[in-house]
Design a protein around this ligand. Structure first.
Ligand code: 6AU
Length: 453
């Protein structure tokens, strides 16, 4: 028997798993309840657990250790004693007097903190702790849970860009307990059924557009969804074309099939206000939104100037503009954006050699969720349900001969990333029959969305 399994049997003897009818913190009913608190009274097991965790992670990378209150606190303490990495203590609630600190211990802004959770279910308590630690300027990148109930928590945390690992998974544990006859047949069947159903729900289902709409506050986000539902299209056409008459001609013919048109105003040789007037007219007639893919990325004031001035005067016509957050959250805070215009952030580009790492992506996602002007983001992974996900880098013939490394099939964007909208350019405008091709993409993407509901 492996060292890990041997350890689990020892803690199992302490009664950390209880069988029956339980209501979890989230309100979910469960036939199983896992509680690691008894380990706090067994220093020998706390040491063993710390050593198992040390085997999984290189603690020389960390300046602090913190446990999600309260069950993980003794574990974090033991880990700190074994690794010599200083401990900080996160309070669950403010004590209401004295210093009113939420985090106790000695730390400073910018320190890299390892976070430990005992049992992960939805990941919600973990997220609360992460937010409080980040508010203090601490950097959370790596997290470890002792046991994953396999109910979506790990996925939930990963999609926000954190590295999270788990020592044990409930499925493996139940199999092991069953193998050595520690579970009654009926018990095992009930438990497996419960977890199977939950896992399937978490992995397979996605929110419908109607459900997503309820989570959005910005009128442009709601409008984009209304258009999609009405026209049964989640296709955004990327008209990366240098001549305005060509763009107008194409948009006239495929306007009925798309929910958005994305342009790069700065590549149009003959850009003019009359082009914009015509484009706006078609967008209103055929019902689609106008995206300017300007990818603002400068400091706040320059972004502001680029948005409102110059020959493009983007804020006077675009419904949506894309922005990078390389300059930080303040770079998009004072843009004076019209109320009927929204932002889409770029968390993760579609290019396979992109430079953004998980930490950067996580920061962009967090800023995006908190900024009321942001309706969604471009990323190559599933993101928080409060954001719309936009997927460029789409082509039917992805990855063939390694020539299209930056592209994925539209179905994959919905299956793997649970995207909301695909953005397609060359695959449509370089094809022999753009209308026919656009319709193929629309149909594929809409079916992919519907089958995942
Ligand atoms: O389908 P394509 O590759 O011909 O066009 C994709 C369009 C281009 C890119 O500038 C843009 O999508 N894009 C973006 C966006 C939308 O911001 C992000 C990204 O990660 N990759 C990408 O290609 O206009």
């Amino acid at each position: 028997m492996e060292k890990k399994e041997h350890f689990f049997l020892k803690i199992y003897d302490l009664g950390i798993i209880k069988f029956g009818n339980f209501t979890l913190k989230s309100g979910i009913k469960s036939p199983i309840y896992i509680d690691f608190r008894p380990i706090a009274s067994r220093p020998d097991l706390l040491i063993k657990l710390s050593d198992l965790l040390i085997n999984e992670t290189n603690f020389s990378d960390f300046e602090l250790i913190c446990g999600v209150p309260y069950a993980a606190l003794p574990i974090a303490t033991a880990l700190s004693l074994r690794t010599n990495v200083p401990l900080i203590i996160k309070r669950k609630e403010n004590k209401g007097y004295g210093t009113e600190r939420m985090i106790e211990g000695i730390y400073k802004k910018g320190q890299n903190c390892f976070l430990i959770e005992d049992v992960i279910t939805s990941g919600d308590s973990l997220l609360k702790t992460i937010i409080d630690l980040e508010k203090e300027g601490l950097i959370i990148k790596d997290i470890m849970s002792i046991l994953d109930r396999e109910q979506g928590g790990i996925e939930n945390i990963k999609k926000r860009g954190y590295n999270i690992k788990t020592l044990f998974r409930i499925g493996d544990i139940l199999n092991m307990l069953n193998k050595i006859n520690l579970l009654k047949k009926k018990e095992l069947h009930m438990i497996q059924l419960f977890f199977k159903k939950k896992i399937k729900n978490v992995q397979e289902k996605r929110l419908s557009y109607e459900e997503k709409r309820k989570k959005l506050n910005h009128p442009i986000g709601k409008k984009l969804i209304d258009i999609s539902l009405e026209k049964k299209t989640n296709l955004i056409f990327s008209a990366d074309i240098m001549y305005s008459n060509k763009i107008l001609e194409l948009v006239n013919s495929i306007g009925d099939i798309i929910c958005g048109l994305k342009i790069h105003a700065d590549i149009i040789n003959d850009f003019s206000s009359s082009f914009i007037t015509s484009l706006k007219k078609i967008s209103l007639e055929k019902k689609f939104l106008l995206f300017e893919d300007r990818k603002l990325s400068d400091v706040g004031y320059t972004n502001y100037l680029q948005l409102h001035y110059g020959i493009h005067k983007i804020s006077s016509w675009a419904d949506i503009i894309t922005v990078h957050l390389l300059s930080g959250k303040n770079s998009i805070q004072k843009l004076n954006i019209p109320c009927n215009m929204a932002l889409i952030t770029i968390s993760e580009m579609s290019s396979h050699d992109r430079l953004s790492d998980d930490n950067y992506i996580r920061n962009v996602l967090n800023i995006s969720i908190k900024n009321p002007k942001v309706i969604g983001t471009v990323a190559q992974r599933k993101v928080d349900d409060r954001l719309l996900l936009f997927s460029p880098g789409i082509h039917f013939s992805n990855n063939k001969n390694n020539k299209k490394k930056d592209y994925i099939h539209p179905r994959k964007a919905f299956e793997k990333n649970k995207t909301d909208f695909i953005i397609v350019g060359k695959a449509i405008y370089q094809s022999k029959n753009p209308v026919l091709e656009a319709e193929k993409y629309r149909k594929e993407a809409w079916n992919a969305y519907e089958t995942k509901l």
